[in-house]
Design a protein around this ligand. Structure first.
Ligand SMILES: [Zn+2]
Length: 271
């Protein structure tokens, strides 16, 4: 009965359940019979798990990138936008917590974020901590710094942020996922309303959607615009000068109609 599903389907299904999505929803999404799904989550030995639960692809004798490259591209965007690594609980054990703040403004973001963490590290718990206007999604692991080598002392905008070659390969392979992650964490889709007077004395309102991405790190801003270039999405950037302790902010905007439609297709509109 279980032989008809490949090991990675079984693992993905159980990861989704571990990330907090209901059996019914996982069953509907993946087209897996609910009783089969229940059997997998009840008896984990039916699922082809990593032999070593601390399996880290970067700590292999020959370091490898994470297996789920699309999920990693998205999670990397979320991490660089608004994520961080902090020592978890009893840090004498060297455990790190990957934390991403998910704004309520993007419907479905909490689930997407939790799903990508679960895909990168199957069979482990992903937690959600609701707060005002946002929810923190986090997961604990010793090896998060291996997967996010941009982690370092101080804040991201005070350091040089450069991708390692294996990360660049993933971004070039999945630029849509990377852009989507960055926009979901540090971007927004806004409607510009323009009022026009008509010759007959009436008034008409036009609405122009556009995307904004705002970051204080010039390096992260450049990673974002490089990925837009790969996708052929035209953009403009302007810098809002800071003063005193306030830093310069870089604001990238995508406003051409075709470009916004292209972004809508993979970033998803803000409802
Ligand atoms: Zn590692």
């Amino acid at each position: 009965m279980h032989a008809m599903y490949s090991p990675h389907v079984r693992r993905d299904a159980v990861s989704l359940v571990d990330s907090g999505i209901s059996h019914a929803e996982v069953s509907r999404r993946m087209g897996i019979n609910r009783s089969t799904l229940r059997a997998w989550t009840r008896d984990r030995s039916l699922v082809d798990r990593y032999a070593d639960t601390d399996h880290c692809p970067r700590c292999e004798p020959i370091p490898a990138p994470p297996g789920r490259r699309d999920a990693y591209g998205y999670l990397l965007g979320l991490y660089l936008g608004d994520g961080c690594l902090t020592p978890a609980g009893d840090h004498t054990k060297g455990v790190w917590r990957l934390r991403v703040m998910c704004s309520d403004a993007w419907p479905g973001l909490i689930e997407l974020c939790a799903g990508s963490m679960a895909a990168i590290r199957p069979d482990h718990k992903v937690s959600r901590v609701p707060s005002t206007g946002c929810t923190e999604v986090h997961s604990n692991w010793k090896h998060w710094p291996c997967l996010f080598p941009q982690h370092g002392p101080g804040r991201k905008h005070d350091r040089t942020i450069a991708l390692e070659p294996w990360q660049r390969d993933i971004v070039e392979e999945h630029p849509e996922q990377f852009v989507r992650g960055l926009v979901h964490s540090d971007g927004s889709r806004v409607l510009n309303r323009i009022r026009r007077s008509l010759p007959d004395g009436g008034v008409k309102h036009y609405e122009y959607p556009r995307y904004h991405f705002t970051n204080v790190s010039a390096d992260i801003t450049a990673l974002f615009t490089d990925a837009l270039d790969l996708l052929g999405v035209p953009w403009r950037v302007h810098t809002i000068k800071g003063n005193g302790s306030r830093r310069d902010k870089h604001v990238v905007s995508v406003s051409q109609r075709d470009a916004v439609a292209r972004m809508d297709a993979f970033v998803g509109p803000k409802y």
